[in-house]
Design a protein around this ligand. Sequence first.
Ligand code: PAF
Length: 283
Amino acid sequence: MSLEIVRSVAALRARVAGWRKEGIRVGVVPTMGALHEGHMSLVRLAQSHADRVIVTLFVNPTQFNNKDDLAAYPRTEHEDAAKLAALDVDILYAPDAAEMYPNGFSTTVSVKGVSEGLCGAFRPGHFDGVATVVTKLLLQSGADCAVFGEKDFQQLSVIRRLVADLDIPVEIIPGPTVRETDGLAMSSRNVRLTPDGRAAAPALAAALFEAATKLRTGAPIAPTIAATRDAILAAGFTEVEYLELRDAISLAPVDALTGPARLLVAAWRDGVRLIDNVQVDRP
Ligand code: PAF
């Protein structure tokens, strides 16, 4: 079947209702486009959990706290559609802003707790924008399952929380972070690095993995984090916005490894903000 491009909520609902009558399981992969291999792995994961897959493409203005960042965000629908067609995706749902936020739109989904700190502290309003648009996309698609990448681990935690709190009947499936061969987590921001920045960037993941290994084998948390921060700066990053060990479910700060934890980082190089995270199991 060829890729169908759908632009309205009504058309999407009609399509999904037809599938439902046939007992077909539907998966959705929300994206903002500029698709790379990381997104493709999420699509393949959705296809392994569902009979039909919808990929959504909407550059959501409400999650950008910086107008220039929104304006600079790559818009490559034509190329994205070709990549999805090659993977046999069933529907590309690409509404415009008026369809998502019609005149009079006044509702915000705001998730306390997991949205606070980390990216939430540096990008005011970002997770309200994400939570609101993801709630809409889940309700519009009525999908049985939805795939989100672990690369945006705090976003994944926010989405898990809102789905549980709002009783949205969808299974959230986490997709492992896809990395370049040198370890750099794939991101649409990587192309904005200078050649020197691109060469330095894998040090971020290397520092995280090294710290995770040390913590797993019982190294003390605070000094390990301080040394990892120094290593990231020494590798050529200009700023470490945050580097924190958090509980893997609640995202509460962790000062002893009593259960699964996540080490999360945001750091700047060449005016590009890179994020990454790794699992840290108890020793
Ligand atoms: O991760 C993203 O690309 C976006 O935050 C999402 C989940 C599609 C919501 O706009």
